[in-house]
Write a protein that binds this ligand. Structure first.
Ligand code: PGA
Ligand code: ZN
Length: 423
């Protein structure tokens, strides 16, 4: 039973410049159909970006220190809307490939990767709205009933937190929870407990939070210190059997490509040194997920690590949600999980390509926020709709907690189960 054409045909596409959680400009796109369906989506923005990501188009000049998105707004309204008017929002693949054609570049640099993401996501939401379905159901069909395991970034370092820690995220993972609701409650209780403990051990400024809402103890420099603090809080809550640990090392950002070394606090490591370092962490701690352990082009190193360690190795800057790079990784045995960020690649359909490639080869799927985002909750919808077993969307701050709030609603709506951790 199809919907009548005029209900789903695009009537207008509007864009505006809005602000994200860092008070930096980003794009909001609204798609309306002739039948009155509407889809509005905000585009996220990373700070710790990979070089292989789609280009994020910014105006330059003085306004907002060059970060304005008026060119992207113009691109939506003057170059994209006239081409897409009349197309059905339910033809996501057709619209996404038309967007790609109009852009004409591999990296989205003509119209802007952010422009493509905004129009593509707003189309997705308008399609769901035209069908009177929530986005997760429209995207994933009746099989989309499972809630993902959250990887919650309790202590931040690297590019996103003003602590002395070299790794970007130190995560707790409630792999042993029974439901999403229980998982989030337990994460919150560990977060409170950790706050008390960090105040004692590192002073009250440790409670300042980073871009993803995790603590930033300024004087903490050793990842082991972060793990010990988190495990202490977990134990104090009586949740030893529920939690395991993860990191996003984001290693590209402490890699020196001339010297081919990694700078960890005051020591330099070769690739081999880093491999030993991670092996030792996995031996010592219940560390089950390591994202971007090595720089963004080291397929070989990722492959060695995947073979050597039991922990899941996640490719973020390595794969950039790009099915081709993921295929290269799969052929090389690099990594065990895809980090999925739609704006890394451009459109929803390209992200679906990467997700299906991952699923086909037994890679886990972890849907991820960006450090710059808004309270738009498409991320929560997409995580369930893509049937991802994992989500990372930070800790505190409303642009993070709104994702959790939406996931709690979805859990109620679909009587959803809770994903299993891949073993
Ligand atoms: P970003 O960081 O959103 O700033 O790129 C998140 C990550 O590296 O996973
Ligand atoms: Zn990352």
């Amino acid at each position: 039973m199809g919907l009548s054409v005029n209900r789903t045909a695009i009537e207008s596409i509007d864009a505006r410049e809005i602000l994200d959680n860092r008070l930096e400009p980003t794009l909001r796109v609204t798609v309306r159909t002739e039948g009155g369906a509407i889809g509005r989506a905000d585009v996220p923005r990373g700070r710790s970006r990979g070089v292989h990501e789609a280009v994020d188009l910014r105006d330059g000049g003085d306004r907002y220190r060059g970060m304005g998105v008026r060119t992207a707004v113009e691109n939506v309204e003057e170059r994209i809307e006239p081409e897409l008017r009349g197309h059905s929002v339910t033809d996501q693949a057709g619209i996404d490939s038309r967007l790609r054609e109009l852009d004409g570049t591999a990296d989205g640099s003509n119209l802007g990767g952010n422009t493509l993401t905004g129009v593509s996501l707003a189309t997705l939401k308008a399609g769901a709205n035209a069908h009177d379905l929530p986005v997760y159901r429209y995207l994933g069909g009746p099989a989309a009933t499972e809630l993902p395991i959250p990887l919650v970034d309790l202590i931040e370092g690297g590019e996103l937190g003003a602590s002395g820690l070299p790794f970007q995220e130190h995560q707790i993972i409630p792999t042993g929870a029974e439901s999403f609701e229980e998982a989030i409650r337990m994460c919150a209780e560990v977060y409170y407990e950790l706050g008390d403990r960090l105040t004692e051990s590192h002073g009250e400024y440790a409670l300042s939070v980073g871009d993803e809402g995790g603590y930033t103890p300024e004087t903490m420099t050793d990842p082991r210190d972060a793990f010990d603090s988190m495990l202490g809080a977990i134990e104090a809550c009586g949740y030893d059997d529920v939690f395991e640990l993860g990191i996003d090392a984001a290693a590209t950002h402490f890699y020196d490509s001339d010297e081919r070394t990694y700078q960890l606090s005051d020591k330099k490591y070769t690739r081999g040194g880093m491999l030993d370092y991670y092996a030792d962490l996995v031996d010592t701690y219940p560390l089950v997920s390591i994202e971007d352990p090595l720089e963004e082009d080291d397929f070989e190193g990722f492959s060695t690590l995947s073979e050597r360690l039991d922990a899941q190795i996640v490719g973020d800057d390595l794969f950039v949600t790009n099915a081709e790079r993921l295929r290269k990784g799969i052929d090389a045995g690099a990594g065990d999980a895809l980090l999925c960020k739609i704006n890394q690649v451009g459109t929803v359909s390209e992200a679906i390509d990467a997700v299906e490639t991952a699923r086909g080869d037994g890679y886990a799927i972890q849907v991820s926020e960006r450090s710059g985002q808004t309270a738009d909750t498409w991320l929560a919808e997409v995580a369930v709709g893509f049937r991802a077993s994992q989500i990372k969307t930070g800790t505190t701050r409303s642009e993070r907690t709104e994702q959790y709030n939406r996931l709690l609603e979805i859990e109620d709506e679909c009587g959803g189960g809770y994903a299993a951790w891949p073993r």
